[in-house]
Structure formats: C-alpha cells, structure tokens
Design a protein around this ligand. Structure first.
Ligand SMILES: Cc1cc2nc3c(=O)[nH]c(=O)nc-3n(C[C@H](O)[C@H](O)[C@H](O)COP(=O)(O)OP(=O)(O)OC[C@H]3O[C@@H](n4cnc5c(N)ncnc54)[C@H](O)[C@@H]3O)c2cc1C
Length: 500
C-alpha cells in the first residue's frame, strides 16, 4: 500500500464533478494488491478511521469525496483480463475495479465484442460505474451497468472477502441472504422500503428475491470495496448510424420519441429484422442547445428542442432499408430532411457523441466557475409522465431566475434538469426547486436518481421516496456488511442514522 500524506497530493483526490468544496482527508492509500486492501481495512476499522473509496472521481454527487479519514484509491488495480468466449453470442471478461471504462471498451471492441453500458464520461472507472449503477444514452436498448455484471469480488471492512456470481445467492421470502466469505458465513436481511420498478439508481437494491450481486451494484462504496468484476460481453455491432433532429415545438419532439419507442419495442418483442430499433434517444431542450451554440453555430435558432438518435446495425441487417425507415418516420413527423444532421457511419456518429458529451462538460465548467455546488436532477418517471414533469420543471424554474437546462435519456423517461446558481442565496432557492421537482417525481411514481446515485447531495430527495424509516433500515442494512461503520460515510443516507 502506498500512503500519501502530502496535502498537495491529497488535494488531487478531493474533487469530483459535483462542484462540492471542503472535502478533506488525513491521507490517501493507494492499493498495489488486493491483499493490501484487506489488511488496510482491518487497520482502519481498529482505529475507527472512515474510508472513502475514490474511483476516477467523475461522479456528480460527491460520493467519492472524503470528509475526514482516509481515501482509498484502486487506480493501480486496473488489469483487464482476457476475453473468455462462451459461444458466438456470449463472452465474459474479468477486470479489476480501477480499470477505466474507455480502456475496457476499446479492448473488447478490438476483439469483436461489446461492453454496452456507456456513461457519457468514459474516463470513469469500472468500480465507480458498478458502485453507481451507471448507464447512458444506450441504456434505452441495452440497460445499465447492472445488466452486464456476472460476478463481483468484494472486500469488507472486517478484512473478509467474497467472490459472488450472479444467481449464487438470492434473497428468500423474508429477504434473508446467507453467503460465504473467506472468513466464514455472513447473513444479511434486505430492507423493506419500496422502490419503483423503473430505471433506478437510488438506494440499496431490495427487490423481492434480490441477487447479492445486485445488492453491491449501486451501493456507492458503503458496503464493501469492489476489487474485481466479471463483465458480460455481447457481439459488437458492425455499424452505427444516427442523427440529430431539430424541432420547432418541444411537444413534437416528444411525439417523435413516442413513435420511435413504440416501433422499437415492437421490433424487439417480435424479433423483427430491418425494422427501427433505436439504440439511444437523447433529448436537448432550447437552453441546452443555446449552451453549446458557440461550439455548434449551425444549430438552428428556431429549435425549441432536439433529439439525437442512434441505430446499431449487425451483419444480418440491411442498413439501406433501415435508413429508409428512419427517413420515413422523420418525414412523417413533418420534419424537413435538410434540417436534420445525419451520420451514416460510426466515425460520423462519433461527432454526435462528442456533441452529447459537450453538454455536461459545459455545465460542469459553468458550475466550477461559480464555486457553488451543482444542482442537477437525475430523475426518471414512469411511461406517460414525461411531459407532465417537464412542464412542472418549467414552472419551478421560473421561480428562480437562474440559468437552467434539461437534457438526457428521453428514451427511458430519464432527464437531467440542471440549474446553475451563482451565489449562495440562489443556491438555496435552486435546492428548493429541486426538492419540489423531487416531490412531484415521487408522486408520479418515479425515482430521484436513475444513474448517478444519491451520494452526499441527495439525501433529502431520497427521503421523499423511502421516508425516515427507510434511512433507518438502510443504516441497519449497511451495518450487516460494514459492522465497523467506516465505509462511504454519509453516502446514500445521512451518517447520523448509523450512529443511532
Ligand atoms: C461529463 C460527465 C458525464 C457523465 N455522464 C454520465 C452518464 O451518462 N451516465 C452516468 O451514469 N454517469 C455519468 N456521469 C457521472 C460519473 O461518470 C459516473 O457516476 C461514474 O460511474 C463514476 O465513476 P468514477 O470512477 O468516477 O467514480 P467516483 O466518482 O470516484 O465514485 C463514485 C462512487 O463509487 C464508489 N466507488 C468507486 N470505486 C469503488 C470501488 N472499487 N469499490 C466500492 N466503491 C467504489 C465511490 O466511493 C463513490 O461512492 C458523468 C460525469 C461527467 C463528469
């Protein structure tokens, strides 16, 4: 284990993309081997020192930021194993938690496979992705990180560890799971609060019959340290095409999305060939388009909204027929084809992915300049509730004059509404607006986080979903894994509940 005590080095581990200031730590421990971590955690438990695991620190919720104690970095545990082909359609790969997503993706792509989860920030670590159940635009077709984790190795704060495969340990009718570690059996009981059955990254996974692998996914560094993962791979597409469509009226964008979603779902259900089956559907509102208009001056000024779509193509598809079908649906929505930005292959489509990435990048730059924490929602709502919540957000935004923008994964009814506060007073008002939006989301049966997690910034919003009792249940649940209470303190639920 490498220990860094020099504050100038430690500072590099105390900033993520949340804009939160004031993080601090006594030292940073950089693991050089897995056994380092077991020994280290035992030592930290004995000395009652809190430990925050830092991934690549691209998180938006301050969950990777320490406020006291030690930072544990897995940056040196970044090995990417060999691909293990099961059959023509299935393969797996073992990776260490510190491996970067872009390195993993490239490695498997070169071998003709694909690891589908695609959080926009691909410099993130796989350990961070698993701990937040990250997803991205392509989640519309491929789902989230959770759907691609076959097995995990986790080290607990008592120094014990387990290697758990999906399907090995699941909750019984009372939510009880008994599992093996290298130092004997552990027993846990799942919390009972209710979580919505939609895309979700808020709170410990507790659905009936929950798989232990799923319990660790999205646990934000609070239950144990993930050191290794076995990832599921699927055959890679041979080509991708797509486009960005500009709409004069926001409602027309929703209508287009609904049509594409309906057809895509039918294509999947019926296994149709050469029928529209969108890989991603991304939404940008008017202010989002303004934000990046200096980077992209040809964005039409009339546009009240835009939709970016991607369609993946495989060997047995006819790309020309697929493209014709997209053109037909776009024209049927009254769009002049000359105003659409098309990409007919992967290389061209990559420009649109850069366009998409530019948005959170610009928001984060603005937030950094203000020195005030980011106010950004990450909600998802059930099917049919999207325009309702967007209209509600609009009304709420009008209550504060601050710059706001909404964009994101419209295919999954999952949007990021961001408000950029420029001073503390405005920040308070923005947080209130966020709270009102969270309340409405919960009333609609949605979730306050669909991909970034709760971290240290969203306790009050999660409370609207699971109540105070839910926090108490969470604290009890965490203690079944982390009986010394040192891991990821203040992540997901306020740390005071652990001390009750
Ligand atoms: C420009 C931009 C775009 C983004 N786009 C997306 C997006 O499209 N989708 C999305 O989901 N997110 C997105 N994010 C957020 C972020 O990239 C993800 O949350 C990512 O999963 C964080 O990974 P990380 O390695 O940076 O983790 P960190 O931020 O370092 O940590 C996140 C959490 O994981 C825990 N953790 C990290 N490693 C481990 C481990 N080995 N064991 C246990 N706990 C661990 C930390 O303690 C913390 O709780 C974006 C961020 C930026 C800046």
């Amino acid at each position: 284990m490498i220990i860094k005590k020099d504050q100038s080095v430690i500072q590099n581990y105390l900033q993520d993309c949340s804009g939160v200031c004031g993080a601090n730590a006594d030292f940073v421990a950089i693991a050089e081997a897995e056994h380092d971590i077991s020994e280290f955690l035992v030592e930290m438990s004995k000395s009652d020192t809190s430990v925050t695991v830092a991934g690549a620190l691209t998180g938006n919720t301050a969950s990777g930021l320490a406020f006291g104690g030690a930072v544990l970095s897995l940056e040196k545990l970044n090995k990417i194993g060999k691909i293990d082909k099961i059959d023509d359609k299935n393969a797996v790969i073992a990776v260490q938690a510190g491996a970067r997503l872009n390195d993993i993706k490239l490695e498997v792509y070169k071998a003709g496979w694909m690891y589908p989860p695609d959080p926009t920030e691909s410099s993130s670590s796989i350990g961070g992705n698993i701990s937040t159940n990250a997803s991205g635009g392509r989640g519309f077709k491929f789902g989230s990180t959770r759907d691609y984790i076959k097995a995990l190795k986790v080290i607990f704060s008592d120094g014990s560890s387990c290697f758990v495969e999906r399907g090995e340990y699941c909750g019984n009718e009372n939510g009880k799971i008994i599992f093996d570690t290298d130092k004997g059996k552990k027993q846990i009981v799942l919390p009972k609060y209710h979580l919505p059955i939609i895309k979700n990254a808020a709170g410990y996974y507790n659905y009936p019959g929950a798989d232990l692998v799923d319990v660790f996914i999205g646990s934000e560094g609070t239950l144990g340290v993930i050191v290794e993962a076995v990832l599921k791979l699927i055959p890679r597409f041979t080509e991708v095409f797509g486009g960005i469509i500009f709409f004069k009226k926001r409602n027309d964008a929703y209508e287009f999305v609904n049509k594409v979603k309906d057809i895509s779902k039918k294509t999947r259900k019926q296994g149709l060939k050469d029928s529209i089956n969108a890989m991603s559907l991304e939404y940008f509102d008017e202010n989002t388009l303004h934000l990046i208009s200096s980077d992209y001056p040809t964005i039409p000024r009339y546009a009240e909204a835009a939709i970016m779509f991607e369609q993946d193509v495989y060997e047995d598809n006819n790309q020309d027929i697929l493209m014709e079908k997209w053109i037909e649906i776009i024209e049927n929505c009254g769009i002049n084809l000359e105003t659409v930005w098309f990409a007919s292959n992967l290389i061209e489509q990559e420009h649109f992915r850069v366009f998409r990435h530019k948005i959170p990048e610009r928001v984060n730059e603005m937030v950094k300049k203000t020195g005030i924490a980011k106010v950004g929602t990450d909600f998802a709502v059930p099917e049919g509730c999207l325009s309702n919540i967007v209209d509600f957000c609009d009304k709420e935004f009008k209550k504060v004059g601050a710059f706001n923008l909404t964009f994101g994964h419209i295919g999954e009814n999952h949007l990021h509404a961001n408000i950029v506060a420029v001073n503390d007073e405005e920040y308070k008002k923005c947080r209130q607006v966020y709270a009102n939006i969270a309340q409405k989301v919960v009333e609609l049966g949605g979730t306050v986080s669909a991909e970034h997690g709760i971290g240290k910034l969203r306790h009050v919003f999660l409370k609207k979903m699971i109540g105070e009792e839910g926090f108490k249940e969470m604290a009890k649940f965490k203690s079944m894994f982390d009986n010394y209470g040192i891991l990821g303190c203040d992540n997901i639920f306020p740390k005071k509940y652990s001390q009750l």
